[in-house]
Design a protein around this ligand. Structure first.
Ligand code: ASP
Length: 420
């Protein structure tokens, strides 16, 4: 029998998960309980397995990738190109978001009554996110840079949120391996090469479980979703965001076609399994192992590039989140009847870009940093409660775009640094 490709298996798992979720929802509490006792745990196990491998993967592949370079100047060139391209794509993303939300004006369709209903239904959830954001807001301007340098590597490795710290350590380690005589670095190099191979094998094994994992995640999502009438009132906002995200995917496809001379089909087919995992897990960090595997093996990006560009991208390049920040902020302003001036909207470009860089690569990170964008633009923070009901499904969509942006930039960087 012909083997079914992995992405089809994952798609089938997703569809069956959604159907199963709906069937179980019709049994009300009993169905909900059944999913939470017997199905949800498999989704959690799948996400845990992916997260489990994230830190060892970054360590092994980044150290291997950098020590393979043999030349520091190549690394600094790659670093410069990567960061510049990431910032450019993010600014494009925010601008697309602002343009669309100003044309469609989804906030104008929200009635006073719906607004009050949403605000009271999600007030507590919004407060919780605001608390988390407050901690970030109260620290000094250079705090994000301080946070990159860990004071203890073992501590840093115990929390996946510290991915940038692990990246910092791995880069330092890789550079030092280049700087010492080759004879001395050889055993370490062989060690990391071999560790890297083992980890890639583990990812293969975990991915065989992906169709079941996404089944469980989506079935759980369906039974835990808020009531339809609340979701309905936010339909236009959701559609606006989805249009923005699709436009951004189109921008990536154009980049791939025009600048890289690769067919859209090649690109989408190559990255699709990672997109499906991003959609199901809502986390770029959890998806990173799959993204790295696909970008190297299917999009043919050199290992030394993908292992450098992708872990950094997972944490700092979030184009989907950036589009979302712009659309959500202006939507909330429109709902409250606020007219944002051009200066305020330009301010959103700056804060949304920074906020998307600062957002962690985990579910709901986007809505936390949105507080900062709202505060800067003078939009009521209570407005967070307005968009809560649909945040999870939209988080899933923006995470897909986040990892697709990372993949596009790594292909670009690969081309630029290969050209001498
Ligand atoms: N969940 C997104 C990610 O991991 C971040 C966000 O909430 O926008 O990429």
């Amino acid at each position: 029998m012909k083997k079914i490709p992995l992405h089809w298996k994952i798609i089938i798992g997703m569809i069956l998960g959604v159907l199963f979720g709906f069937i179980m929802s019709s049994f009300n509490e009993v169905g909900k309980q059944f999913i939470s006792d017997w199905i949800k745990p498999f989704g959690t196990i799948f996400i845990n397995a992916l997260k489990l491998i994230a830190i060892p993967l970054i360590l092994a592949s980044l150290i291997k990738g950098i020590s393979d370079l043999k030349d520091i100047s190549k690394l600094s060139k790659m670093g410069g190109v990567t960061i510049t391209t990431y910032i450019i794509t993010t600014v494009i993303a925010v601008s697309i978001g602002l343009a669309i939300v100003n044309v469609i004006k989804p906030g104008d369709s929200i009635s006073e009554e719906t607004r009050t209903e949403l605000l009271s239904a999600y007030e507590d959830d919004a407060d919780e996110k605001r608390e988390v954001a407050k901690v970030a807001k109260n620290s000094g301007p250079l705090q994000p840079i301080i946070d990159i340098v860990p004071s203890n590597i073992i501590n840093a490795a115990t929390d996946n949120k510290n991915m940038l710290q692990i990246i910092f350590f791995s880069i330092l380690f890789g550079i030092s391996m280049i700087l010492i005589p080759e004879k001395k670095s050889k055993p370490l190099k062989e060690f990391f090469d071999s560790l890297n191979e083992v980890i890639l094998k583990i990812i293969d094994i975990i991915m065989n479980f992906a169709p079941y994992g996404v089944f469980a995640l989506l079935a759980t999502l369906i039974v835990e979703a808020p009531k339809w009438d609340l979701l309905k009132s936010l339909l236009l906002y959701s559609i606006t965001l989805i249009i923005g995200l699709l436009l951004l995917i189109l921008v990536y496809i154009i980049i791939v076609r025009l600048l890289l001379n690769k067919s859209p089909n090649f690109f989408i087919k190559g990255i699709l399994p990672a997109q499906l995992v991003a959609f199901s897990t809502s986390s770029s960090a959890a998806t990173l192992p799959v993204t790295m595997d696909r970008v190297h093996n299917n999009l043919n990006v050199k290992k030394e590039v993908s292992s450098f560009v992708l872990p950094i991208g997972a944490t700092i390049n979030m184009d989907g989140t950036a589009v979302y920040q712009a659309i959500a902020a202006v939507f909330i302003a429109q709902t409250f009847g606020l007219d944002l001036s051009l200066t305020a909207q330009l301010g959103i470009i700056v804060t949304a870009t920074l906020a998307s860089i600062g957002a962690a690569a985990v579910p709901s990170a986007g809505i936390i940093v949105l507080v900062i964008v709202l505060a800067q633009a003078g939009i009521p923070e209570a407005g967070l409660a307005l968009i809560f009901a649909v945040d999870r499904p939209l988080d899933m969509c923006r995470t897909v775009v986040n990892i697709t942006g990372d993949a596009t930039v790594s292909m670009l960087v690969d081309k630029i640094v290969s050209k001498k």
